[in-house]
Design a protein around this ligand. Structure first.
Ligand code: GLV
Length: 308
């Protein structure tokens, strides 16, 4: 019974060390040294091709090495193969840090101060207490909940939105299309942590921005495909949105000359909000494989047909 790892080789070397030391019963193989392909029951990869899948006749589980699975064309993955996304402490911590940084940067007017500094202006603006800055998170999975938990400690009033109804302590939760207007009306800073699916593509659009309070700000650490660029730029121009922190774009990397590069109201980072940490990820994967060997549920299982 073997696990094939087919992703970044430098991180793969760390995975191999952890597996060798802590799970000698799992035969860890790093691409391209795949050995006998019929032995491979588990595949850990960021993307796969139909050819690769077809070459692994006994594959049971495909593990994404990242939190998302939108980079995989699930329609090309045979239905009997389970798909599992990466939910590991390193990714969660990274996202909590990034969302905190982005929220605090917007809350404390850092876009204004960066511009003022560029222009050599000493230009203080009134400090808004955290209690008066309402934060809303779209996506109430593991990442969204961890982010809300941390932001709550600053004293921001919190709300959350998800596709199906959820309950999170200390957070006003809304769900579905009917919950959207009330949710958005209470977001001075809107943070998108949704998975990208057919339903969420383009969700950050004019209709959404129009329902936000005037001068609201946006953080997108989901996927570039959530954002409708023309609507977003128009909302920044009109002042409906006062600023944004974007970690994701479509395409990535952002092409030279794209308006986001030099926009004074956009703080742009190159999809670095969070990264899978090889040591902790290897341990999560190992635990999942052991669960699967015993016929038990795995953390991060992606129900086929749901797509996240
Ligand atoms: C990064 O965006 C990931 O999905 O892990």
């Amino acid at each position: 019974m073997a696990l094939l790892y087919k992703a970044d080789p430098v991180r793969g070397a760390v995975w191999k060390q952890v597996f060798t030391a802590e799970a000698p019963e799992i035969d860890f193989r790093a691409w391209p040294e795949a050995g006998k392909l019929a032995d491979i029951r588990y595949l850990a990869a960021w993307t796969v091709t139909p050819d690769l899948l077809a070459s692994l006749p006994n594959l049971e589980v495909l593990f994404s090495t990242g939190a998302g699975v939108d980079q995989l064309d699930l329609s090309q993955v045979p239905a009997h193969i389970q798909v599992v996304r990466m939910i590991e402490p390193g990714i969660i911590d990274g996202m909590v840090e990034y969302a905190s940084f982005a929220t605090l940067a917007l809350h404390r007017h850092m876009l204004h101060y960066r511009k003022a500094q560029d222009e050599g202006r000493w230009a203080p603006v009134k400090l808004v207490p955290a209690q008066a800055r309402r934060i809303g998170v779209m996506g109430l999975g593991t990442l969204g909940r961890a982010v809300l938990d941390r932001l709550g400690r600053y004293g921001f009033p919190l709300s959350g939105w998800s596709r199906s109804p959820q309950q999170v302590e200390g957070v006003t939760c809304h769900a579905g299309a009917e919950g959207m207007p009330a949710f958005l009306a209470a977001c001075d800073i809107l943070i998108c942590l949704l998975p990208l699916t057919d339903e969420t593509r383009g969700i950050l659009c004019r209709k959404t921005f129009d329902l936000l309070p005037d001068g609201a700000a946006l953080v997108n650490a989901g996927r570039g495909g959530h954002l409708v660029e023309v609507d977003f730029l128009a909302a920044l121009d009109s002042g409906k949105l006062s600023g944004a922190v974007l970690d994701v774009t479509e395409p990535e990397p952002l092409p030279p000359g794209h308006p986001f590069w030099r926009h004074p109201a956009i703080l742009l980072t190159p999809h670095i909000a969070s990264m899978t940490q090889p040591e902790s990820a290897a341990r999560v994967l190992m635990a999942n494989i052991r669960q699967h060997r015993q016929g038990l549920a795995m953390v991060g299982n992606v129900p086929r047909g749901r797509g996240y």
